[in-house]
Structures are given as structure tokens and as C-alpha cells.
Design a protein around this ligand. Structure first.
Ligand code: UD1
Length: 363
């Protein structure tokens, strides 16, 4: 029997590990799959609701590291995860995505000579001011098995000199969750409860430090939303980082009444809102992919994307943090000038199956 520990830390990790977990359940004769939650995200609405809705079991290990500076958070994760590995001595650690937990646990496992698999390897924004880019680079250089979601990842890893026999093009595991929960998402009552059943609306999320940590950009963002709200209802589930900054800069009360401000929204309701939105304006990584799969118009307010396929073949439009240009593009979309999209290769709901097939072969 082989023991595998998957690491989750922050909100975008949960929908990536869930499909792996269900797939491992088909192989309980060979694999004991354990889940370690670092506690990087800890709120009910940033964490617990995702475990419930994605039908994940309670984590086997909860490290409770909470927030802090990057060094503090990373160090706390490393200290706690090292203890888990020393006690459990697993055959493989799986990390997903690009958050601090991903990098911290990769370092700990590698130093203890435990094999590391990175799911969502090879993505690069080429912007080293993003903490996620540093996390990706470190994780990929350490990982033994690199599972890639889109072709750009293959090119990037090759350019960085990572040996071909460690790299596996398997598709996008997050889409597995979307596919699995389609009917649950369709049954969500969120449109009814926000009174959106009979009106078009724009869904908005912002949490990148580059967009929400300074007064100037946060003010520009609120101005943008207020202008869009003249035309359409706007739904704005507010991330804790953004909420904190809106409060600190006294910007929380200047929203047009046509903007529906909510707390962070759980997986199922959020996907329902995504599916039925006329347009999403976001700085998220994962939402660029979910909208691409769902064929929903997406404007990404960032200077770069580590997911170029979403702009190349999907519905994503990458607009830098130029809020005037975002507004012009948003108006074009709302006027029906729509960017057509296709679904990228292997985003088919079967990525976890391919990953586990490879893992079973390798370990
Ligand atoms: C983290 C990830 C980012 C990911 C995002 C999704 C890193 C470097 N960043 O950013 O890649 O896109 O998650 O949400 O790993 N907070 C709460 N409750 C929570 C979680 C956080 O109040 O459950 C507060 C924290 O106290 C902190 C702020 O929100 O002040 C930001 O949390 P943090 O974990 O530092 O990073 P995110 O911005 O969420």
C-alpha cells in the first residue's frame, strides 16, 4: 500500500484536489490518500464551505497556519508540514497551483527526499513581482512529476531545462470539478436569492495585491464598478484582502446601489453566477479558465496571464490594469461585440483520471 498526501491551503486549491481525491477512492486497494490542509485560508466562506460543497472529507491534517507576511506564513507551513512528513513518511506529496502552501510543502518534501507531484505545473506569467510566479518557479524546479494543464506549460518547462520524462500533459483538473458538479450548479438558487433571474448582470472579483493593496487602484476600481452599474447590475463578492483594504481606505460606502456586494461565495453558487453572467471582470487566475470552459465573456484586469490559452482560444480578454480600457471593452461586450471561444485540449473532465493513471505507474 502506498501513502500519498495532497496539500491544500487556499481557496483555489480545493477544486483541484477534490477530483484527485475521488479518483484515488477508486484505488483504495493500492493507495491511501490523505489530505493536509495548511490553514492558509481558514474562514468558513474561504475554506469550509468548499470542503462541504465539493464533498471532500475532513482533512487528515490541519496545520492552522493562518495569515502573516510571506516569510512568516511560508515558514509556519514548512515547520508544521515537516512534522507531518516525519510522522507519516508518505511515498508522494501532491501540491496544486501556485499559492504559498504549494511552494512551502514542495520544499519540505524535497528536502526529506519525498517525491513531489505538481498539478498545474509550467504556468508562467513572467512577472516576478507576483508572489505566485515565484511559487511556481520554485515548485517546478523541485517537483519530480509535473502535470501540465495547457500547452504553454510544456514550452515553459522545456525552456527552463526540465527533463521531458518528468512532464505530463494531462489537461485542467479544475474543469473536472465543474463537470462533476454541473447538475448541482444548475440547481443553485443564488440567482433567485440575489434577484437576478430576469436581468443581465456583470460579475466582478478582485483580490490581487497589485489591484487592491493601494488606494489609487482600489479607488479606480470602485469608479469603474460605479460606471458599469449605470448599465447593468453588478455582483461583487468581496475577498477578505479586498474587504480589509476597502475598509482601511474608507472606500466601502461609495458603491452605486446597483452593485450587489456580498461576502465570498461558495463554489456551487459562484459557478452558477459565472455561468449566467453576461460578463465577468476579474483578476483571478482560475476564473479565466472556468469562463473559457463555460464560454462566458471574461475581462482580466492584469498585465500578464500565466494562462495564455484562455486568451488565445477562449473568451478571455487580457486588459492591463488600465481601468479606462477595461470600461471600453466591457461596454463593447455588453453591446454584443462578443469574443468567440473554444475549449482547450484535454479540458474534458478526465484530467484526474490521467494524473492518477500516471502516478500509479510511477510509484
Ligand atoms: C492567496 C494566494 C493567491 C490566491 C488567493 C485566492 C498566495 C501568495 N496567494 O492570496 O495566489 O489567488 O489566495 O484567494 O498564496 N484572510 C482572511 N480569511 C481567510 C483567508 C485570508 O481573512 O480565510 C485574509 C488574511 O488575513 C490576509 C488576506 O485575507 O490579510 C489575504 O490572505 P492571504 O492568504 O495572505 O492571501 P490571498 O490574498 O488570499
Amino acid at each position: 500500500m502506498k501513502k500519498i498526501i495532497s496539500v491544500v491551503g487556499a481557496r483555489p486549491n480545493f477544486m483541484k484536489v477534490a477530483p484527485l481525491h475521488y479518483e484515488f477512492l477508486k484505488h483504495t486497494d493500492r493507495i491511501q490518500h490523505l489530505i493536509c490542509h495548511t490553514g492558509q485560508h481558514f474562514d468558513e466562506k474561504m475554506s469550509k464551505i468548499f470542503f462541504d460543497e465539493l464533498e471532500l472529507p475532513e482533512p487528515d491534517f490541519y496545520l492552522g497556519v493562518g495569515s502573516g507576511s510571506h516569510a512568516e506564513q511560508t515558514a509556519r507551513i514548512m515547520l508544521a508540514f515537516e512534522k507531518v512528513l516525519l510522522t507519516e513518511n508518505p511515498d508522494l506529496v501532491i501540491v496544486v497551483g501556485d499559492v504559498n502552501s504549494t511552494m512551502a510543502c514542495s520544499i519540505v518534501a524535497s528536502k526529506l527526499s519525498v517525491k513531489v507531484a505538481h498539478v498545474e505545473a509550467g504556468l508562467r506569467s513572467f512577472d516576478r513581482t507576483m508572489p505566485e510566479e515565484l511559487n511556481r518557479l520554485v515548485t517546478d524546479v523541485l517537483a519530480d512529476y509535473l502535470f501540465v494543464s495547457e500547452k504553454s506549460g510544456l514550452r515553459n518547462l522545456k525552456n527552463e531545462g526540465i527533463s521531458n520524462d518528468k512532464i505530463f500533459f494531462v489537461g485542467n483538473v479544475m474543469i473536472d470539478s465543474l463537470v462533476r458538479f454541473t447538475s448541482k450548479i444548475d440547481r443553485s438558487e443564488i440567482l433567485k436569492s440575489l434577484d437576478l433571474e430576469n436581468s443581465g448582470y456583470v460579475l466582478v472579483t478582485f483580490h490581487r495585491p497589485s489591484n487592491v493593496d493601494s488606494f489609487e487602484s482600489l479607488k479606480a476600481l470602485t469608479n469603474l464598478l460605479n460606471r458599469i452599474a449605470i448599465l447593468r447590475k453588478v455582483v461583487f463578492p468581496v475577498h477578505p484582502r479586498t474587504h480589509k483594504n476597502l475598509m482601511n481606505y474608507n472606500l466601502a460606502d461609495i458603491f452605486n446601489p446597483n452593485i450587489i456586494i456580498t461576502e465570498p461565495i461558495g463554489y456551487i453558487d459562484f459557478q452558477k453566477l459565472t455561468k449566467h453572467a453576461e460578463l465577468i471582470i476579474t483578476d483571478s487566475g482560475g476564473i479565466q479558465e472556468e469562463t473559457t470552459y463555460l464560454g462566458v465573456q471574461c475581462i482580466t484586469v492584469r498585465d500578464s496571464t500565466e494562462r495564455p490559452i484562455t486568451a488565445e482560444v477562449g473568451t478571455n480578454q487580457l486588459i492591463g490594469a488600465d481601468f479606462q480600457k477595461v470600461e471600453t471593452t466591457a461596454l463593447e461586450v455588453l453591446n454584443g461585440n462578443i469574443k468567440n471561444g473554444n475549449i482547450p485540449e484535454l479540458w474534458d473532465g478526465k484530467t484526474a483520471e490521467r494524473i492518477i493513471h500516471t502516478i500509479l505507474e510511477k510509484i
